[in-house]
Design a protein around this ligand. Sequence first.
Ligand SMILES: Cc1cc2nc3c(=O)[nH]c(=O)nc-3n(C[C@H](O)[C@H](O)[C@H](O)COP(=O)(O)O)c2cc1C
Length: 157
Amino acid sequence: MKGIVVYDTSYGNTRKIAETIADTLKESGIEVDLFDVKNVKKLSGKDYDFFVLGSPTKFGTMSFTIKFFLGKVKSEEWLNKPFAAFDTENPENVEKSRIENKEWSAAEKIAEKLREKKMNQLLPVLKTLVLGQKGPLVEGEVDRTKDYARQLAAKLK
Ligand SMILES: Cc1cc2nc3c(=O)[nH]c(=O)nc-3n(C[C@H](O)[C@H](O)[C@H](O)COP(=O)(O)O)c2cc1C
């Protein structure tokens, strides 16, 4: 079992969440490659059993870099493979989504795209909270991420 965790980040918060997911999966005995999206040279679904993708929420959706990257993910290589999606966003964003009954989350948009590629969503998305644009992450979010990654590991095994 080998997976890849890919993330985008401007201020390091989404990287911290991605690292926490990768480290927790490794602690559960799962092999993981971790990449900043800017460093992914070539991605082949043939090399991996599952995919975890995360983005900061920008203007209610994924970053442009992640959107571009997703466009290069070949559905035939990833067909039926498990995935999970995560994001960082502001607490007000969660409230806005609730009031408007519309998703303004990067993770939800990523999950939608990967489902369209006929991948298999293992868990509901993980939305983690940051304060303002630069963060920091809200207290408790790293521990919540560890719990999420443990659930992911259990599903993968
Ligand atoms: C141009 C821009 C647009 C943003 N738009 C949103 C938004 O629509 N909703 C939201 O919750 N946060 C928004 N944010 C805050 C980002 O979510 C926050 O900067 C990001 O989660 C931090 O992650 P990073 O440290 O990995 O870059 C925006 C930030 C920037 C810079």
